[in-house]
Design a protein. Sequence first.
Length: 130
Amino acid sequence: MFLGKTQKEEIIMELKIIGDEASVGTIEEIEKYGVDAECLLFTDVDNQQVAIKITEDIWIYSQQDKFFYDWHEDSERDAREYKTETINLADYSVSEVENNVKYFYDSLEKMKKECKQDWKQIACECIFEN
């Protein structure tokens, strides 16, 4: 697990945009504990992908976006190029969610059955990755 300075700054900027009390607490936790902050969910370590739950339907996702990223050389350093975005399922129709999920699962319904209570987080991840 690695949290680069640039990625940390982008995540904090996203949290500041949300600006609620929980986000302030999350910012403080990230600033204090960095990579060890409990709010950080490392979902894909080969590209430094991190998720933060805001609500059941809203997640912040961040990952390195460096062209020619090499896991063996870049996995433990600040890639300086990150994509960080807040995904809110309420902003997407069911068909839009289905279209994003289909690249990773046969259908939204099959994903819901497979991922059970985590399906919303996984749907947000699929949207982010597309």
